[in-house]
Design a protein around this ligand. Sequence first.
Ligand code: PMP
Length: 405
Amino acid sequence: MEDALLRKNYPFFDQHPDLIYFDNAATALKPRCVIDALVRYYEKESVNVHRSAYPLAQALEKRYEQAREQVASFLHAQAEEIIFTGGTTAAMNQLAYALLPQLTDGDVILTTYAEHASCILPFLHLKQFKRIEVAYIPLDAHGRFSLPALKASLHSRVKAVVLAEIGNVLGYRLPLAQIAELVHEAGALLFVDGAQSAAHGRTDVKASKVDAFACSAHKLGATTGVGALYLKKELFPVLQPAFYGGTSNCDFDEAGHIVLCEGSAGYEAGTPPIEGAIAFGEACAYLQKIGLDVIEAKEQQLKEHLFAGLKKIAHVTLWNEDSAVPIAAFTIDHIHVQDAAAYFAKHGVCLRSGQHCARLLKQAIDAKATLRVSLAFYNTIEEIDRFLALCEKITLDACVDLYME
Ligand code: PMP
């Protein structure tokens, strides 16, 4: 699709014609169809779901379940395996609490230094309840994961392995199917953080044989505070819900005998994020309509242009040449990342600087902090060229001058 036509779907560009939005790994821009779905809910449909008899509520409930199907189709899961959550962080916390009763002292959760805090902290928190260990699969000097390192780290006390399919700083893509095979051979579960990967091409939770996969709606162009947790159906009896309350139970008595609703409904206690789920479904359908192959091809083209440009600039160090997606983590010689970010901001470029919630990554690679440019398929070669020209021109003096203004 032609850039100008595609960008017409995003009201953000009309509102901010001079900005270059290169912070898509933080959150994606929202297409018009998602905004329309939200407005429609608030103007016409804003009732609650769950078993009310009046037609408006029944129609909305249908729409909510349709959204579950849209998300399931996007992830190649069955609708009954999709649990609407508050996002990737919420899903990872749910998984940690679900795992807790299964753990005994001495058990191990495996992860890596490259993970986002949402993959590590929920499991570190479990140390408050059981004498378990969180251990880290060694990465190479570029922060890259390897199957032999995983194999060497697995043993009979490992109960779960928690990894991002695509990291939010270095952008490497992990071979999930091969990882799942090793993890399952060792008798452990594989929980995948799909916050970044769901936004970059095709996700197939069945083909990759993961046990659980979490993603956030806002990274796909829908609302914040909403997400999906795919949980393999066979695991429902093993990994019990973390939250309890109205609507997720069919019956309970005063002694605590609880009968949960079947399937994902048993995991959705309380009023769910109705409009968020609907917007999420809409965003998935929108991306599928554009074509995930088309999106991937465009992103590869943008990545190659960006990476080739950055590599040509002598004072730029690119830390993730092998990134699978257009996420570039880089530093500029002799300029602190915060100062550089202020310079880019001054020139209308929205990017991130710092540790990007992956605080342990500095123990794997030689950079304490980085600048991060993260592109989406609606970015353009022309925007990259404008940004590269700024990278060429940036000097320490130009950054210091910003504080003198
Ligand atoms: N994991 C990764 C790899 C992420 O990039 C993010 C978002 N920055 C998260 C988890 C957390 O997502 P959310 O804040 O939507 O819960």
